[in-house]
Design a protein around this ligand. Structure first.
Ligand SMILES: *[C@@H]1O[C@H](CO)[C@@H](O)[C@H](O)[C@H]1NC(C)=O
Ligand SMILES: *[C@@H]1O[C@H](CO)[C@@H](O)[C@H](O)[C@H]1NC(C)=O
Ligand SMILES: *[C@@H]1O[C@H](CO)[C@@H](O)[C@H](O)[C@H]1NC(C)=O
Ligand SMILES: *[C@@H]1O[C@H](CO)[C@@H](O)[C@H](O)[C@H]1NC(C)=O
Ligand SMILES: *[C@@H]1O[C@H](CO)[C@@H](O)[C@H](O)[C@H]1NC(C)=O
Ligand SMILES: [Zn+2]
Length: 475
């Protein structure tokens, strides 16, 4: 009887200490372009609210600078600041030929994207997982010769607002998870950015679009259920940047570079302006100081920096692609070149410390705690979070799991990673306990056998308790 009790204890101990049963974890990263952190405040968003109840909501997140679409999306995929991943603008450009390509055409310029950093798809695939991407900026490029296993790039002149197409795309992505057994998919929706630009972030049109986003989030989470993915699929819903009102028509003194005394485009070899509140200039040889001193302080809402003097928090300097002079405007303003040609009511591209530039963040799934609201964090930290949940070794990146670890239930994402000291200790104890139990069983069985022989000789039979036999097989 003593032996039985001891064995039971050992059994319980080792069962407790064995590594936690690891349910497979998958990840769907969804970006709704330009969904500002507070867009749920003036609209009913039952599905986003439900997602917060079932998971985690961040107060807001801080995007990297430059707060425009392609650079910030590539940060989500790599965990790198823009100066470190090299996708420094939506537009590919060549300062020698002065060629530029707009956003859509730049999606297909492979060397613009494949500039030394690996997006999470490639890293996941190299470690044996399966990855896909739908419409996410960067999808069409290869990286060191590799591409996402399943991918779809939107056709030119794509209608980014079509809710029917949003549902078809959601069906498609859930089909990839179920039928092609993917582990990771990134998915992109081009709204409410377009509506925010056109009508402004405070418009009823933007509010309507937020309702469409909300319905879509509800639809996707419903699909996860009907596709039998609830136990494995984690969903992050976030965005690349926010949106801010632009003022003009005499409401503000507009910034027009050609009107600034001492500044001339004749001193400029190449420029990227007329692109919202941000700009970059390459002065002609010997003209850097002339250009800089003409612009610096010329308008109270225009910030002018030499590349090497850029504020550290923007992490937008240490890259050869960044031009020698960087400009940005305060909220409310855009930077015009020769004369005002910009008519959007909403813009982004401002300093990432501006509250209007902050995106929203929700996450739910088996890896995430429930009904938890967390404070703000930088979007570079989403990449290490996703790698941890997927159980893959991340590439070198600018984020850290520290920033998001508190969102997680503790038992997930240990595959392929160093285990904590506690886990190692527990596993050690379990192994020792197991060994002792085996020794114990061997010794006792021999004793029992001996006694049986003795009993046989003496005529009485002693039965070995049932459970003792069954327990032995478990070790
Ligand atoms: C820019 O164009 C010039 C002339 O065609 C070419 O020599 C150079 O390699 C190009 N630079 C980049 C970064 O594409
Ligand atoms: C990144 O692109 C720049 C040109 O824009 C090029 O000079 C550099 O070699 C590229 N780096 C890598 C690692 O591809
Ligand atoms: C919206 O998408 C659906 C499905 O792809 C398509 O049949 C329909 O023509 C689209 N409508 C518009 C207005 O683009
Ligand atoms: C992460 O947190 C640990 C423990 O709090 C701390 O020792 C470490 O320095 C942190 N690392 C970073 C990069 O913040
Ligand atoms: C695991 O531990 C080794 C040795 O201590 C270290 O070199 C490696 O970076 C660690 N990996 C992770 C993911 O922490
Ligand atoms: Zn965007």
């Amino acid at each position: 009887m003593m032996w039985t009790k001891c064995l039971c204890l050992l059994w319980a101990l080792s069962a407790l200490c064995a590594p936690v049963n690891k349910q497979r974890q998958r990840m769907l990263l969804i970006s709704f372009d330009g969904f500002r952190w507070d867009y749920d405040r003036d609209v009913d968003t039952p599905n986003l609210d439900q997602m917060a109840m079932d998971g985690v909501k961040a107060q807001y997140i801080t995007p990297p600078y430059l707060t425009i679409t392609s650079p910030t999306h590539f940060t989500l995929l790599t965990g790198l600041y823009v100066e470190n991943h090299g996708v420094i603008h939506n537009m590919w450009f060549n300062t020698t030929t002065t060629e530029k390509k707009p956003y859509y055409q730049t999606l297909f310029v492979n060397e613009w994207w494949d500039n030394g950093s690996l997006p999470i798809w490639i890293t996941a695939q190299r470690q044996g997982l399966k990855a896909g991407s739908l419409h996410f900026p960067g999808t069409s490029s290869s990286y060191q010769g590799e591409v996402a296993m399943v991918r779809e790039v939107e056709p030119i002149l794509y209608n980014y607002k079509n809710e029917t197409a949003w549902r078809e795309n959601s069906d498609k992505v859930m089909g990839w998870f179920r039928d092609q057994d993917l582990d990771f998919v990134s998915m992109y929706f081009g709204e409410p950015d377009g509506t925010g630009h056109r009508y402004g972030p405070d418009s009823p049109e933007r509010q309507e679009m937020v309702k469409q986003v909300d319905r879509t989030v509800g639809y996707i989470r419903h699909l996860a259920e009907t596709h039998g993915l609830t136990n494995s699929l984690n969903i992050i819903v976030t965005a690349d940047h926010g949106m801010s009102n632009v003022y003009r028509n005499g409401l503000v003194e507009e910034i027009t570079l050609s009107a600034i005394p001492g500044f001339s485009f004749r001193d400029i070899a190449f420029h990227l302006v007329d692109f919202g509140p941000s700009g970059m200039l390459l002065p002609k040889p010997g003209k850097l100081e002339t250009v800089y001193s003409a612009l610096k302080g010329a308008h109270p809402h225009l910030h002018v920096y030499k590349k090497e003097d850029m504020p550290e928090h923007l992490h937008f300097a240490k890259n050869d692609r960044i031009l020698p002079i960087i400009l940005w405007a305060d909220p409310g303003y855009v930077i015009n070149g020769y004369f005002p040609v910009q008519f959007h009511k909403g813009e982004h591209g401002f300093d990432n410390q501006e509250m209007d530039m902050k995106p929203f963040f929700r996450a739910a799934g088996p890896a995430f705690r429930k009904n938890l609201e967390v404070g703000p964090f930088e979007s570079v930290n989403i990449y290490p979070l996703m790698c941890h949940i997927l159980g893959i070794e991340p590439e070198v990146n600018d984020g850290h799991l520290n920033a998001t670890r508190n969102m997680l239930v503790t038992s997930t994402g240990t595959r392929g990673e160093n285990r904590s000291i506690l886990q190692n200790t527990l596993t050690g104890i379990a192994a020792v306990a197991g060994f002792l139990a085996v020794v114990f069983v061997v010794v006792t069985s021999r004793q029992i056998l001996k006694r049986k022989r003795k009993d046989k000789r003496s005529g009485s039979v002693q039965h070995l308790p049932e459970e003792e036999n069954t327990k032995q097989t478990g070790f």
